[in-house]
Design a protein. Structure first.
Length: 211
């Protein structure tokens, strides 16, 4: 009887110990899964309420930035050393128009760090302008269109709409076909047809595909 009591007591102790240890074991297992899983790279996503208690993550801006960065880099290339463009203006790195404050001279070779330092504020300025313009046109959820507008702002400057007032007015009126026709007949299209094709294709998609 004593032996059976001891065995039963020992068994109960094991069950109790296992029960007490289970949550900790589960926690460790979950921690291992978390550590081994895919890292969260996009820390700029915005949690948005969408009817009732449902939530979704809107990472349009993050995707648009990635697309804009890739598009601008591919179209601009890298000017190194510092050189003059077709208008005789000094350019450096990724489409950066040299200013007196840059203290750069023609023929000067830039390091990768210097190129990125010049590019970052130029990119941010162009992207923010493109994002603002996309919102004005009601296309703030279209990452491709935002990226294309960012590229336009990078190439022509953030005041490009003052040069293409009719085109902008047509876009605001939703008359994308006429806007594209204006762009294709412009001097801009003759000088840089690839850049304008990027833009007109983005316009066509943005104004014909619900986003």
């Amino acid at each position: 009887m004593l032996k059976e009591t001891l065995i039963a007591g020992f068994g109960a102790l094991l069950i109790w110990t296992g029960y007490r240890m289970k949550p900790e074991s589960q926690e460790q297992a979950e921690a291992d899964i978390w550590v081994e899983g895919e890292p969260i790279l996009d820390t700029s996503v915005k949690e948005i309420s969408w009817g009732g208690n449902a939530l979704f993550f809107d990472n349009t801006i993050t995707i648009a930035k990635q697309k804009a960065n890739a598009l601008i880099r591919s179209r601009e290339g890298v000017h190194n050393p510092v050189s003059a463009d077709s208008l005789g203006k000094l350019t450096a790195g990724i489409g950066h128009l040299v200013t007196p404050a840059d203290n750069l001279k023609k023929g000067q070779v830039l390091s990768n760090a210097e190129i990125e330092r010049l590019y970052k504020p130029d990119f941010n300025k162009a992207f923010n302008a493109g994002l603002s313009q996309a919102k004005e046109l009601g296309k703030s959820k279209d990452a491709d269109f935002i990226a294309s507008l960012a590229s336009v702002n990078f190439q022509l400057g953030t005041g490009w709409r003052n040069k293409f007032k009719n085109t902008w007015a047509l876009l605001k009126a939703g008359q994308s076909t006429r806007a594209i026709r204006n762009i294709n007949s412009s001097l801009w299209a003759k000088q840089t047809p690839v850049r304008t094709r990027d833009f007109t294709q983005a316009i066509n998609k943005a104004f014909t595909t619900p986003v």
